[in-house]
Design a protein around this ligand. Sequence first.
Ligand code: URA
Length: 233
Amino acid sequence: MRLDRFLTETTALTRSLAKKAMHREEVRVDGEVVKNPATQVDERSVVTWNGERLALVGLRYVMLNKPSGVECSARRGLYPLVRELIDLPHVERLQTVGRLDVDTTGLVLLTDDGQWSHRVTSPRRRCAKVYRVSLAEPLVGDALAHAVTRFAEGIELEGEEKTTRPAELVMRSATEAELTLHEGKYHQVKRMFAAIGHHVEALHRESIGPLVLDERLAPGEWRELTEAEVAQF
Ligand code: URA
């Protein structure tokens, strides 16, 4: 790859700042000052900037048990960001694969591989996402039977052109539901329950497609995915 690209991949420099650093003779390849941004380098090249060795980081794939009170967005707003919980180099490059609300807990995937992220979230894949839902009021009897049918048939949500895709609702107790969705509309779980007159008190994502949240991860903990897990998408 070109040296200027190597610098932008391994540092926070933009392409033009990388060129300026080269011009200031701050960049060396295998011990020699190099000023030409088109110089070809690879992972065996010893590239330094101001004497510090730079190393390419490969693509990373992470699963994290999101606690409540952290945000899945790219920029910091009111809350800390999910990726701030992760101790990896160039963590700013990791993007969440889809989003959870700030108060939702459970499985979040992060990666710097845009194509993989797209494969997981692509609507055409209809990847199943399983949520554990705590309801404020019991959902039982006829109301439950009605909810199961409505969710299976698809319901209209305000502001959406299309009805929701068929979703499976199973009650684990009178107030604990398991809902499986095959899409990811904004606040979808909360809006679906609101549409049948129920308030979601707590929401936790257990799985995305074949990837189930590792039960050894406490809230706030993370681990890299195995190669086999990455290959499942
Ligand atoms: N549906 C919601 O309402 N919130 C989430 O965080 C995820 C799905």
